[in-house]
Write a protein that binds this ligand. Structure first.
Ligand code: OAD
Length: 274
């Protein structure tokens, strides 16, 4: 058993606070678990989104080509359900930390937009007290590995836009169309069998390589290349700290693993106590 697992909870939390708090460069990598307490279903959990909807059949370029109406209907439902969710205490703690600490970066696998929403709220709060700058906001903006439910892109040209509208998937004729070339728009998410955007992946890998600590929150660490980022930090001499309700393949490589819900653990882990 990993030594870390034998320590008592309070000691482990203290050690993790010290590691994370003293890291000159910190990478936070999040997965669906960070949004579970906001009501967004995870992919592989007991009420996982994947269980009821067969995404392997719907979230593919082939499925979209065969039946774009069906795929848009599914994304429309997800957009509606996720759009009603609010950031939780974990998103808030991460947003505040990345805004205040110029050496912290956030990489997320999530397409739910909750980190972005939490950041907007943290920025509004800081601006009202005259603190945040455009530079700190840009640094705090999450690197989104898998795209966003609230962005669309054209299937033909390079048009890409933020889009939070409800989707009318009654017929193929009512589906969203590109304002530039009239071709079908598609959700700007990475589907099964598709490559990640190389520039986005490169910036995530640079952040992982440079990090002294990679804090991994709420991911099953089964999907690569996202799950390889903490390994890159470790190979470069850094350490991995994990927050998850369950053990994962990363638990064995983590210096410390904190068992618990991220909405409870992260505010304690990331907030500087007076
Ligand atoms: P998963 O559903 O695979 O894993 C969610 C993880 O969060 C599990 O390890 C849970 O134990 C943990 N968890 C659940 N509730 C938690 C809580 N309150 N606090 C902390 N941890 C909690 O989701 P991901 O790892 O994000 O890719 O999945 C990775 C990728 O697989 C997704 O981005 C998606 C999917 O294929 C694409 O869409 C391209």
């Amino acid at each position: 058993m990993n030594d870390a697992l034998q320590m008592d909870d309070a000691r482990r939390m203290d050690d993790a606070r010290h590691l994370v708090g003293s890291a000159s460069r910190l990478l936070i990598l999040t997965g669906a678990g960070v949004s579970a307490e906001s009501g967004v279903p995870t992919f592989r959990g007991p009420d996982g989104l994947w269980k009821t909807r067969r995404p392997e059949e719907l979230a593919t370029p082939q499925a979209f080509q065969a039946d774009p109406r069906l795929v848009w209907e599914w994304y429309g439902l997800r957009r509606e359900r996720v759009g009603a969710c609010r950031p939780n205490a974990a998103h808030e703690a991460i947003a505040r930390l990345t805004l205040e600490n110029g050496d912290a970066r956030l990489v997320t696998q999530n397409v739910d937009g909750l980190h972005e929403l939490a950041l907007e709220e943290a920025v509004a709060e800081e601006r009202s007290s005259g603190r945040s700058s455009d530079e700190s906001v840009s640094r705090a903006t999450p690197i989104r590995l898998h795209g966003s439910l609230f962005w669309t892109r054209c299937t033909v040209c390079d048009h890409r836009t933020a889009d939070r509208h409800p989707v009318d998937a009654d017929s193929e004729a009512s589906l969203p169309r590109c304002p530039k070339c009239q071709a079908l728009l598609r959700p700007d998410v990475v589907w099964f069998g598709e490559e990640l955007d190389p520039e986005i992946l490169e910036s995530a890998m640079e952040a992982a390589d440079a990090a002294e600590v990679c804090l991994v929150v709420g991911t099953s660490a089964l999907v690569h290349p996202a799950a390889s980022l903490p390994l890159l930090t470790k190979e470069s001499g850094g350490v991995v700290v994990e927050v998850n309700t369950e053990p994962t393949p990363l638990t064995e490589v983590a210096q410390l693993s904190l068992r618990g819900r991220s909405g409870q653990v992260l505010p304690r882990l990331l907030t500087v106590e007076p």
